[in-house]
Ligand binder design. Structure first.
Ligand SMILES: Cc1cc2nc3c(=O)[nH]c(=O)nc-3n(C[C@H](O)[C@H](O)[C@H](O)COP(=O)(O)OP(=O)(O)OC[C@H]3O[C@@H](n4cnc5c(N)ncnc54)[C@H](O)[C@@H]3O)c2cc1C
Length: 394
């Protein structure tokens, strides 16, 4: 297929790969540059909410994703001793289910939808010049083990370079960057299938989530309220100490845990929002534009939506900046309010999980036990504006 419009995508995360797939479907020649030498995200699952699944459907990946994923079944909230605060099925939180899969499955699917040469690994973007009405954007790149830098030009550059986005720092030098949300998170996927009842368990300043994947392996996430940057010499031992006495099967899961499969990240978000997501011929998307906490499970979903909307806005844009500038401004207009609203709401939801006071936690648990079955569906309705999103039609 001949393409006359070129895009460079910085970063091969979920956002960057989706952008490349969406742009190629719109007849853009999109190349992804990724500094890592392999695309193997270890240790984590990902929940894709209905809005993300719809966005993937719009670029032809809906059925393949559903083939790989587990549909969210029962939902529930427990106390560390195992007592249920509230329990129900997925319909309690919405008419369409969230789906769960291993991140590597999603990355493989996106990568597989691209031509072989469309992703260049081991290539770091060291500088971006956003160009302007009469100049294309340019990037400087350095290949691994190569001291020589090279320059590349494109009609559009998509900055999908993640929460610590070097492109964002360069284009918005006054922006304070991501801030700590007060909690740190560990994630792993069990190597073998394990029988679990899917649920989230809320303790004092800690949360554990257990969700089965389609093949029966279990995605487990654990959070704790700790000072930013806290790390332990024996991370697995620390998790056993903190969570090993919680309800089964946590002791068994943590007892078998291979440290090499464990991810540990502090939860951070872009509290000070960006004024816009486009500068010259550069568009920012995903965590680079609006990093959020994971409490609504929407960071990846919003990156996928961004990618689909960006490509739709660029569908009619020939190489000339007279058209590209307005198309990117329209992208900002479509995405800024929504993504920043989701980020704010996610931070608010996360705040309740960091409560440590026994009094507050006791009241929270009591309230949940008493009226949880009533509260949960109503709380879920507050998410309708996020989950009901529809992709652009044309
Ligand atoms: C604990 C936790 C749980 C989560 N759970 C969910 C969930 O269930 N559902 C959900 O939707 N979201 C979830 N998220 C959020 C989601 O993971 C992120 O929002 C999403 O991965 C962001 O994708 P991205 O493509 O924007 O950035 P990233 O995935 O960070 O990708 C950025 C890429 O850019 C590359 N890069 C950076 N700089 C350069 C450079 N200079 N040159 C070349 N390449 C570069 C990086 O190597 C990286 O590969 C969770 C997040 C956390 C922390």
């Amino acid at each position: 297929m001949a393409h006359d419009r070129t895009a460079i995508v910085v970063g091969a995360g979920i956002g960057g790969l989706t952008a490349a797939v969406a742009l190629r479907r719109r007849r853009w020649d999109a190349t992804v540059l990724e500094r890592a030498t392999s695309l193997e995200p270890v240790g984590a699952g990902i929940a894709l909410a209905p809005n993300a699944v719809r966005a993937l459907e719009s670029i032809g990946l809906g059925d393949p994703v559903l083939d790989l994923a587990a549909l969210q079944g029962p939902v529930g909230l427990r106390r560390p001793d195992g007592r249920w605060l509230v329990r129900g099925d997925a319909s309690m939180v919405g008419p369409e289910p969230t789906v769960l899969l291993h991140r590597s499955q999603l990355v493989d699917l996106l990568r597989g939808a691209l031509d072989d040469g469309a992703v260049r690994l081991g290539v770091t973007v060291t500088r971006v010049d956003p160009g302007g009405p009469s100049e294309r954007a340019t990037v400087r790149v350095r290949a691994r083990d190569d001291s020589e830098e090279a320059g590349l030009a494109a009609d559009v550059v998509v900055a999908a370079d993640g929460i610590d986005s070097p492109v964002r720092t360069a284009l918005f030098p006054g922006q304070p960057g991501p801030v700590y949300a007060g909690a740190t998170a560990w994630r792993f996927v069990t190597p073998e299938p394990v029988a679990v009842e899917p649920a989230e368990t809320w303790g004092r300043g800690s949360v554990v989530g257990l969700t089965p994947l389609a093949d029966g392996r279990v995605y487990c996430y654990l959070t704790a309220t700790l000072p930013e940057g806290t790390r332990f010499r024996d991370e697995v031992g620390e998790l056993q100490r903190r969570f090993g006495h919680w309800h089964p099967p946590l002791r068994a899961l943590l007892g078998d845990l291979d440290p090499a499969t464990l991810l540990h990240h502090d939860l951070r978000w872009l509290k000070e929002p960006l004024p816009r997501y486009d500068v010259g011929r550069v568009a920012l998307l995903g965590d680079a534009a609006h990093a959020m906490t994971p409490h609504l499970g929407q960071g990846g979903a919003q990156a996928i939506e961004d990618a689909v909307v960006l490509a739709a806005n660029l569908r009619a844009a020939p190489g000339s900046a007279a058209v590209i500038g307005p198309a990117l401004a329209a992208y900002t207009a479509a995405r800024k309010g929504r993504t920043q609203g989701v980020a704010r709401m996610s931070a608010q939801v996360g705040a309740a999980t960091t409560w440590r006071s026994p009094l507050l936690v006791g009241a929270r648990d009591l309230g949940m036990r008493a009226v949880g079955r009533w509260v949960l569906p109503r709380a879920a309705r507050r998410l309708d504006w996020i989950l009901d999103w529809q992709p652009p039609v044309a």
